[in-house]
Design a protein around this ligand. Structure first.
Ligand code: NAD
Ligand code: LMR
Length: 331
């Protein structure tokens, strides 16, 4: 007998990321090949957006996915989040060329107050919420504060795309396949201050900075390329990343639900518990392991040089600043 379907809400379902993400969920790539799903596809109450959402639903019908057991297409938050097991919060405005992600905070932040409240009031108690809409760390903080009955640990924001980008850069430099790169931490904010940690990353089981004997490249071009990759994609496509973002979200959810391979970890932005002197009260990216039974923990004791510690301080300061800008939205 197949398991009961998981109810998965996706906001911004008619947007670019939604278009790349929904078929992957319906195909079983996020929750596994035996797990049926019902998609709760949420959009703004706007004629064009809802017509586009209908079109996406028609295409999903036309895929005849064996695991897709139903779709709820709505702009009503109560209907959208009722009984959901996962809330994937993608719906938000993307930045344009020349903007930083936190330039969106005033416009996008308020979205996450009503969304947080709807999750609080209507989602299943075990619902896990992942924020993708930018600036995602601080938007996740807003959603979490507006969902006081949900465990804070059920909220996360996505830095997995940054992890994957960092792996791709290290692999290219070392001339190896990206599957050789492990232990890749992104610390801090999903922003231009994020810290891709080459000091603890490994290539083929060896420390990356021993394999790539070029500290100037690691401290300079490597970090900058990862920090600026989103902007580079916007410049090239005229649109922000979508297929790699959807892929990052598939990976993110799997990293929370599947047991992390021994010795490895993944980057997830979660509420800080004070580890690595990251103050409590912000949502910051850490190296995280999952036990495969729903539990996650921050990997402790990783050494950070003065160089990395200073960068971590900067990205944390940016998160604290973002929090101060939207303090009125924290409920
Ligand atoms: P998009 O403009 O193509 O789609 C966004 C969709 O969200 C639109 O259809 C819009 O109608 C909808 N929307 C807006 N407000 C909503 C609300 N309150 N409720 C429901 N739906 C709403 O944008 P996109 O390219 O899909 O990007 C979405 C967000 O994801 C942006 O903020 C972008 O910056 C962010 N993003 C984050 C990462 C990451 O790594 N964390 C990666 C890529 C993109
Ligand atoms: C990304 O990293 O690609 C997204 O956050 C979109 C952006 O604004 O860069």
């Amino acid at each position: 007998m197949s398991p009961a379907p998981l109810h998965v809400a996706v906001t911004g379902a008619a947007g670019q990321i939604g278009y790349a993400l929904l078929p992957r969920i319906a195909a079983g790539q996020m929750f596994g090949p035996d797990q049926p799903v019902v998609l709760h596809m949420i959009e703004i109450p706007n004629e064009k957006a809802l017509a586009a959402l209908d079109g996406v639903a028609m295409e999903l019908d036309d895929c005849a996915f064996p695991l897709l057991q139903g779709m709820v297409c709505t702009s009503d938050l109560e209907e959208g989040f009722k009984g959901v097991d996962w809330a994937l919060l993608v719906g938000a405005k993307p930045r344009g060329a020349g903007m930083e992600r936190n330039d969106l905070i005033k416009e996008n932040g308020p979205i996450f107050t009503s969304t947080g409240r709807a999750i609080n009031d209507h989602a299943n108690r075990g619902c896990r919420t992942v924020v993708v809409g930018n600036p995602c760390n601080t938007n996740a903080l807003i959603a979490m504060h507006n969902a006081p009955d949900m465990p804070q640990g059920s909220f996360s924001a996505m830095t997995r795309l940054d992890e994957n980008r960092a792996k791709a850069q290290l692999a290219a430099k070392a001339g190896v396949h990206h599957t050789q790169i492990t232990n890749m931490t992104i610390w801090g904010n999903h922003s231009a201050t994020q810290v891709p940690d080459f000091e603890n990353a490994k290539i083929g089981g060896k420390l990356a900075h021993e394999v790539i004997d070029d500290r100037a490249w690691l401290e300079g071009e490597f970090i900058k390329t990862v920090q600026q990759r989103g902007a580079a994609i916007i410049k090239a496509r005229g649109l922000s990343s979508a297929l790699s973002a959807a892929n990052g979200l598939v990976d993110h959810v799997r990293s929370l639900t599947e047991k992390t391979p021994d010795g490895d970890w993944h980057s997830v932005a979660i509420p800080s518990d004070g580890s690595y002197d990251v103050p409590k009260g912000i949502i910051s990216s850490f190296p995280v392991r999952a036990d495969g039974a729903g539990g996650i923990e921050i990997v402790q004791g990783l050494p950070l040089s003065d160089f990395a510690s200073a960068k971590l301080k900067d990205t944390v300061a940016e998160l604290e600043h973002e929090r101060s800008v939207i303090s009125n939205l924290l409920g």
